[in-house]
Structures are given as structure tokens and as C-alpha cells.
Design a protein around this ligand. Structure first.
Ligand SMILES: Cc1cc2nc3c(=O)[nH]c(=O)nc-3n(C[C@H](O)[C@H](O)[C@H](O)COP(=O)(O)O)c2cc1C
Length: 188
């Protein structure tokens, strides 16, 4: 079996029927066969507190380990009041601290977002890009996948049914794949 390129997915929503988690799962279907996809569990991460650094909870060490072992990352984020949700910020704060030894630094990442509003997470994604800069990650810049009116874009089985959004998503994953392969080649 060929070496699997590991992609870690992080959804910024904990909701069981989250459009963002659906979007991430859909995106993962466009990944080639030699890529694997794992969705991170961030709901059990405690709020970041420096006091916990002396005795790290298992949920934190497991998440950090997943980040270390990932070759690349996909994030889908909702927009809450023009920003990324606190749960996503909290997860990224945990991996940003010195103790974690920068598990995602220089790694390729593609971002996307879904919201029920008309701007489709445009502000939250700008906000997230600033955070990726702080984490020193290597983002795919285009296309920007901003799924607006997400409540109209999935069928009852959670399948994305809007052709235009599907095309954008496929193009994003094509660009992501190219960036990941180039990154791995340059670092092999
Ligand atoms: C506290 C809160 C604030 C929100 N603020 C925005 C917003 O600023 N822009 C927007 O487009 N949608 C906003 N929404 C709507 C969410 O984008 C929508 O609920 C989305 O479906 C959440 O993503 P999910 O389906 O992955 O859980 C907000 C929702 C909540 C709960």
C-alpha cells in the first residue's frame, strides 16, 4: 500500500447537523485515493488555561498529537457575529503555545465556510486567515469557498447539491492537493 497523506479536518461547529461538518465531509470526497481524512474532535477540549499546562488533559494531548501527525489541514468555519466561533479559536489557541512545539507550522491548509446568511462567512474567513498567519501555516488562497444560505444547499442526506458551490469546492481541493504534494516533495 502506498504511503497515505494525512489530512486533518477541523469543523468550527459542534452542532450534530452542522453545515460546516457536512461541507468538510463533502470536501474530503474530492481528495485522491492516497490521501486519508480524519475529522478532529474539538468539543472535549477545555478552555485554554495556562494552569492546565502542568497536567495536560488527554483531550488536549490527543488533539495535539493528531496535529503533529497531519501532513495538511482542512478547516470549515461558521461565522458567529462576524468572527470564527470560540470553539475553533480555543482549539487553535491550544496548539499555538510553545509547549506544543508548533504542530501545524508551515503545513498546507485550505479553509472554507458555510453560513445561513448571505455573505457566507466572508468576515469569519478573513479572521481565520489572520490566525493562520499567527500559526505560520501555508494557506491556499483561491478559490474562496463561502457557502451562503447553507440551509438551501444540502439535501436531506447532507449532500451538497448546488452545482456552483460544488465546482468551487472541487477547485479548492484540487489546489490544496497540488500545494500538499509540492510541500511534501520539498520537505522529503
Ligand atoms: C451566535 C451566532 C452568531 C451568528 N452570527 C452570524 C454572522 O455573523 N454571520 C452569518 O452569516 N451567520 C451568523 N450566524 C448563523 C450561522 O452562520 C449559522 O447558524 C450556521 O449554520 C452555523 O454553522 P453550522 O451549521 O456549521 O453549525 C450566527 C449564529 C449564531 C448561533
Amino acid at each position: 500500500m502506498t504511503h497515505q497523506i494525512k489530512v486533518l479536518g477541523i469543523s468550527g461547529s459542534l452542532r450534530s447537523k452542522s453545515y460546516n461538518t457536512m461541507l468538510l465531509r463533502h470536501a474530503s470526497k474530492f481528495l485522491p485515493d492516497d490521501f486519508s481524512f480524519t475529522l478532529a474532535e474539538i468539543s472535549n477540549l477545555p478552555f485554554y488555561n495556562e494552569d492546565l499546562e502542568n497536567n495536560l488533559p488527554k483531550s488536549v494531548t490527543e488533539f495535539v498529537e493528531l496535529c503533529h501527525s497531519a501532513d495538511a489541514v482542512l478547516i470549515s468555519t461558521p461565522e458567529y457575529n462576524g468572527q470564527i466561533p470560540g470553539v475553533l479559536k480555543n482549539a487553535l489557541d491550544w496548539i499555538s503555545i510553545a509547549l506544543m512545539k508548533k504542530p501545524l507550522a508551515l503545513k498546507p491548509i485550505a479553509i472554507m465556510g458555510a453560513s445561513t446568511g448571505l455573505v457566507g462567512t466572508a468576515r469569519a474567513q478573513t479572521n481565520l486567515r489572520n490566525l493562520l498567519f499567527a500559526l505560520n501555516m501555508d494557506p491556499v488562497n483561491r478559490p474562496e469557498v463561502r457557502l451562503s444560505q447553507a440551509n438551501l444547499k444540502f439535501n436531506e442526506d447532507g449532500i451538497l447539491i448546488d452545482d456552483k458551490d460544488l465546482q468551487m469546492l472541487e477547485q479548492l481541493i484540487t489546489n490544496f492537493e497540488a500545494k500538499v504534494r509540492k510541500h511534501l516533495e520539498e520537505n522529503s
